[in-house]
Design a protein around this ligand. Structure first.
Ligand SMILES: Cc1cc2nc3c(=O)[nH]c(=O)nc-3n(C[C@H](O)[C@H](O)[C@H](O)COP(=O)(O)O)c2cc1C
Length: 257
């Protein structure tokens, strides 16, 4: 495959969400180190730091996160399966942190320690861009190395908090607040990318109040059950047909020559 074809293939790989994995495989350390290098050298406005990153290959930690920290796929309403993309062999957990201020941007805007609401809003927008750029570069490179990828933003279902994440990942910074996980790895070759054999789901505890408005089971742990009317769960696919042909995305595009 020439370089251009390889990059087209990579972007379409990242556009899909891999929802099954081969648990027998591990990613070589050299590749992990390379992807960490890309993630931590990715561009950001003013080169400030606005996110923290936890990179996980440890199987025990991954098992804890997969088991109880990725619920949120709803099938029939009051049920929530896992976001199975979280089962990759390498996880990049991106977190909001207190931003750096190398450029001393806050000086001159206010004489007090606090920043204005608009300043904070702009910081948050910049943070999302920084994370997006880093994830984009890492996932694109991972796909070129032959891996599959999937993103997950469902991190707090089942009465979980940022504090729980910090405890599991042994992170001291109280401002560290996970936002999104990029999961990377080898697929289960016996399934299509949008399929999973994991049929476990959570049902809300009958005492859980206000399910209409609070959809992440914030008060009581959910009750674990299994879907019995299927052997393979499917999610989408959205971006490609089931044979793997990409659908036109339709982003408004104007080219001026
Ligand atoms: C930034 C980002 C966040 C995403 N978060 C989630 C998520 O929380 N849960 C989920 O199921 N898929 C998530 N996805 C995956 C998209 O839903 C997926 O890319 C889309 O469904 C197309 O993939 P498909 O063709 O395999 O369905 C996310 C994708 C991106 C790029």
């Amino acid at each position: 495959m020439d370089e251009l074809e390889k990059q087209k293939h990579a972007v379409l790989t990242v556009r899909k969400c891999q929802r099954n994995w081969d648990s027998n495989k591990t990613i070589p350390q050299e590749h992990v180190d390379h992807l960490v290098y890309l993630a931590t050298n990715s561009p950001s406005k003013q080169d400030e730091i606005r996110f923290g990153l936890c990179v996980i290959t440890n199987p025990d930690t991954r098992k804890i996160l997969y088991d109880d920290y990725c619920w949120g796929y709803h099938r029939d309403g009051n049920d929530a399966g896992r976001n199975n993309q979280m089962g990759g062999q390498l996880l990049f957990v991106y977190a909001k942190i207190k931003e750096s201020d190398f450029g001393r941007d806050t000086i001159g805007i206010t004489v007090s320690e606090s920043t204005s609401k608009e300043f904070d809003e702009r910081t948050n927008i910049n943070r999302e861009r920084d994370i997006g750029l880093s994830m984009g570069i890492v996932s694109f490179a991972a796909a070129q190395l032959g891996y599959k990828t999937g993103f997950n933003t469902n991190l707090f279902y089942n009465k979980h908090s940022p504090k729980d994440w910090r405890r599991i990942l042994d992170i001291d910074d109280p401002t560290w607040h996970p936002q999104v996980v990029l999961s990377i790895g080898y697929p289960d070759e016996t399934l299509a990318w949008y399929q999973s054999r994991d049929l476990e789901y959570l049902e809300a505890d009958p005492r859980e109040p206000d399910l209409e408005n609070e959809v992440t089971l914030e008060h009581y742990k959910g009750i674990r059950k299994k879907w019995t009317d299927m052997t393979i769960k499917t999610f989408g696919p959205v971006s490609h047909d089931t044979k793997g042909n990409p659908k036109p995305k339709g982003i408004p595009l104007k080219i001026i020559k």
